[in-house]
Design a protein. Structure first.
Length: 106
């Protein structure tokens, strides 16, 4: 999440920094083309999903569970990065139709 901090984690306003380590398996990432969000009073859950085109099933490839304040910071960072992207590359077109997804938890 690019929130204006340097790669070493130093805060943009000179605050304390945090160094992050990423395992090789996580560094490769996962492709997702759909996200589902849920929340209750104490946490937000973001399921990142891969929906294969033309298939009736998708797969949750990652789930993030976070505190409301973290969710709000993530939303702000995403909004800022979308603005930067669109300023550089043009408007992102979003299809009007979003697939209806039924969840089956195991």
């Amino acid at each position: 999440m690019d929130d204006g901090r340097s790669k070493d984690g130093a805060g943009a306003k000179g605050g304390p920094g945090v160094q992050l380590r990423v395992d090789d398996a996580e560094a490769t990432g996962r492709y997702v083309n759909f996200a589902m969000l849920n929340h209750n009073q104490t946490e937000f859950v973001v399921d990142l999903v891969y929906l294969m085109p033309g298939r009736p099933q998708g797969k949750v490839v990652a789930r993030a569970i976070m505190a409301p304040a973290t969710a709000k910071r993530l939303a702000a960072a995403m909004n800022e990065n979308v603005k930067r992207y669109e300023a550089r590359f043009g408007t992102i077109e979003v299809p009007a139709q979003v697939p209806r997804v039924e969840t089956e938890l195991h």
